[in-house]
Every structure is written in structure tokens, then in C-alpha cells.
Design a protein around this ligand. Structure first.
Ligand code: UDP
Length: 398
């Protein structure tokens, strides 16, 4: 069996890395990794942190930055690559331009689509944009759906997806995070290096970690976010506000204009995944519009303000560590101020056993699905949602 794993962006690289590792260990499967070039540097360096290099890197299209330009480019380039590679399956992840372009290219080539992190929904096609549409469109042409949570599986069932084709696996983000946590805890030299690098940014002061990049926040919302951080930095001068700037040009210009002159704001280059996790675990507060950061902050129980109108990860809100705040300046300042003044009981109390996003074994479950297809009976059966009943969750799958 030949599987092509398509990796477009940094979060896809981080969340597919555990699965790529598991698939590459299966001798009955020929797994190759294709970098689409959506985040050419960040995806490659994230994979490298897991000791993975891509087998193919598609040419980056210099012709246009608009969504239609990028979508057409990825779809064409992945279509050509699928023909050359004669893959049986493409594995796509999440909801990016590369995700849907890869799924559509595979559909056109009659290659089966497996969708990892399937079934996340806000129910609002404009938020996040364009991701909510990409998720739904990808689901429509997916053969096998790997839903991270029971709730995600239910979203798919509500849209009419056959339960026999849905598998609740947990989120591979948790696998990636647990793997890195183990590495950090077992390697004191690595831990010291990470602490030293963080101290170089914060000067040893307590810090707030900020990330913002979503397209629906570009323009006025991003300016509001930047102004909120400026005001919070003024009010909480004992804290350092660390903001790794996403490389999208619309983000950098706005945050630099508003924040680069402030003493206790540090605008940094995108951090390596390990450095980012280390900074996230020890932050007093995280303020972010990211999807993956919601899973990570909930796992570390670091208080998180979500800079969005709505979330496809309500599990993060249910842990009590995350609050949906939007981008309104006064709300961000008020809620962040409350946590920074009064503290929060969330920080540091990691509840590894009751993580709503998974148990760290999602990649193993997904790779077993494929191994079972490649060599039926060798691995043991793999339950679909239909056969595990409506009440069981991710961890009950095996
Ligand atoms: N991340 C990172 N370095 C950074 C910022 C984020 O490695 O400077 C990681 C973070 O740990 C998470 C992922 O990137 O796993 C989130 O990516 P992003 O916010 O760009 O995308 P989203 O999750 O919103 O799709």
C-alpha cells in the first residue's frame, strides 16, 4: 500500500509528524511525505524537530498570494505529484488551503482521501475563514475520517457521513506534545538550553505569550489586538509580552507598527516548536487566535484568551482554562487584566489523564487502521464509530 502524506503548514507538520513516524515504521506500507510549499520554511523546520525530512518538496508558486492563486497552484502541483507517485491514499490534515487542494487533487485522480483532525466545526462558514469551508468541503470527498473527539465524530454524522467511515482517535497534537514533554523531561541539557533561550527573550521576568495570524483577524481586528497588547504592556510592566510574529506580511506590518517601540514587548521570529511549547507551559497567560494553541494550552492548563468569535474546539473552553474573548480591545484588556491581577488556578496543573483532546495514542490508532487494510488480520480489528456505540469516547476505541 502506498500512502502520500501531504504537509502544507506548520501546524500540519507538527500534528502529522507522529503519524508519519508511525507509518514509516510499518514495513507493509510505503509512506512518502510531500511538502506543498504553503509554509515552506516553517513546515520543514517543524518536521525537522521530529527528525523527519520530506521526500518531496513542491515548487513554491511565486505568481500570486491570493487564495484562488494559491489554491489552484497546490491543486495542480499535488495532482501532478499524485499521478507520478501512484499512491493509493493521500493523508491530509485539518483545514488549510493545502488540505482541501490535496483532497480535491486526489479526488480528481481517484486516489482515496484520509482526513486527520476531521469533523471540527464552528457552524459559522465565515469563522474561521476560509478554514470552516475547507473542512466541510474536504469531508465531502473523504473516504476515511479520523475524528479527534467524539464531538467531532458527531458533527460528521450530523452532516450525513456514514458512521462506518469515522474513527475517533484523539488528536495527534497531543501525541506530538507528549513526545516533546518526555524529551524535555529526560534531557536536562535540552531543558537548560530551552530555559536559557527563553530567558534571553524575557530577561527572567514573567511572560505573556501572544500569537495572532488568522485571516479573519487581518486588518482592523489585528490593529485592535495590537493596541490591546500595547495597553496591557503599559498596565503590567512587570511582565514581558512575547509575540512570535507569523510570517504573513499583513500580520508583521500591523504588529510592528503598534508594538516594536514598547520596552516590555518582544516581537520575535516564529519559534521552534520545542521553544514555543516551553514558553507556553511557563507563561502566566496566553492570548491567541490559533487553533492548535487551544489544544496545547488546555493540555498544559495555561490560561488562554481565544481571540476569536467562535471556536471549533469547545473542549478547550470546558476545561475552564480557555475563554473566548474575540478581538474587541476593551474585552481583551479587561479579561487579560483580571487574570494578570488576580492570577488563575489553571497554570501548571497539567491533567495528563483527563485531556479532552486525546491520550497521546492517536497516531498509533491511525497507523493501525492502515496496517490493518494493508495486511488484514495481522493487526487486529479497528473499530469505527458505528461499532463502538454513541457514548464511548476516543480512549475507548481499542
Ligand atoms: N507554534 C510554533 N512556533 C510559534 C508559534 C506556534 O511552533 O512561534 C506552533 C504551536 O505550538 C502549534 C502550532 O504552531 O502547534 C499552531 O500553529 P498556528 O497558530 O500557526 O496554526 P493553527 O493551529 O491556528 O492552524
Amino acid at each position: 500500500m502506498k500512502i502520500l502524506v501531504s504537509v502544507g503548514t506548520r501546524p500540519e507538520a507538527i500534528k502529522l509528524a507522529p503519524l508519519i513516524g508511525a507509518l514509516k515504521c510499518a514495513p507493509e506500507i510505503d509512506t512518502s511525505v510531500c511538502l506543498t510549499g504553503q509554509h515552506p520554511d516553517m513546515a520543514q523546520s517543524a518536521l525537522r524537530e521530529f527528525g523527519i525530512t520530506g521526500d518531496t518538496t513542491l515548487r513554491v508558486d511565486a505568481d500570486g498570494q491570493t487564495l484562488p492563486d494559491r489554491f489552484s497552484h497546490f491543486q495542480r502541483a499535488l495532482g501532478r505529484h499524485l499521478l507520478d507517485s501512484s499512491a493509493d491514499w493521500i493523508v491530509v490534515h485539518g483545514d488549510t488551503t493545502s488540505t482541501f487542494a490535496g483532497a480535491l487533487a486526489a479526488f480528481h485522480s481517484k486516489v482515496k482521501v484520509a482526513h486527520v483532525e476531521a469533523g471540527l466545526r464552528t457552524g459559522d462558514i465565515a469563522n474561521p475563514w476560509p478554514e470552516e469551508a475547507y473542512r466541510k468541503l474536504t469531508a465531502a470527498i473523504t473516504e476515511t475520517h479520523f475524528a479527534p473527539t467524539r464531538r467531532a465524530a458527531d458533527n460528521l454524522i450530523a452532516e450525513g457521513v456514514d458512521p462506518d467511515r469515522i474513527h475517533v482517535t484523539g488528536n495527534t497534537a497531543v501525541d506530538a506534545l507528549y513526545g516533546m514533554r518526555d524529551r524535555i523531561s529526560q534531557d536536562s541539557a535540552l531543558r537548560q538550553r530551552l530555559q536559557r533561550r527563553l530567558n534571553q527573550i524575557t530577561g527572567g521576568r514573567p511572560h505573556v505569550l501572544v500569537t495572532a495570524h488568522r485571516r479573519e483577524n487581518h486588518g482592523a481586528p489585528m490593529r485592535q489586538i495590537a493596541r490591546s497588547i500595547a495597553e496591557l504592556a503599559r498596565q503590567f510592566a512587570d511582565h514581558v509580552f512575547v509575540l512570535p510574529v507569523h510570517p504573513h506580511p499583513d500580520v508583521g506590518a500591523t504588529v510592528r507598527a503598534a508594538l516594536s517601540h514598547i520596552e516590555n514587548v518582544r516581537l520575535t521570529a516564529p519559534m521552534g516548536y520545542l521553544d514555543f511549547l516551553f514558553a507556553l507551559e511557563s507563561a502566566t497567560l496566553v492570548i491567541s487566535d490559533s487553533g492548535g494553541v487551544q489544544e496545547e494550552a488546555a493540555t498544559f492548563r495555561t490560561p488562554l484568551l481565544v481571540l476569536r468569535k467562535t471556536t471549533e474546539r469547545p473542549e478547550a473552553l470546558e476545561t475552564g482554562a480557555a475563554t473566548l474573548v474575540g478581538t474587541d480591545e476593551s474585552s481583551v484588556i479587561r479579561l487579560a487584566g483580571r487574570i494578570l491581577r488576580d492570577g488563575s488556578d489553571g497554570n501548571g496543573n497539567v491533567d495528563w489523564l483527563n485531556n479532552p483532546f486525546g491520550d497521546g495514542r492517536a497516531a498509533d490508532r491511525i497507523s493501525r487502521y492502515f496496517r490493518n487494510l494493508a495486511l488484514p488480520d495481522a493487526i487486529g480489528s479497528f473499530a469505527s464509530v458505528a461499532s463502538i456505540g454513541p457514548r464511548l469516547g476516543a480512549t475507548a476505541l481499542d
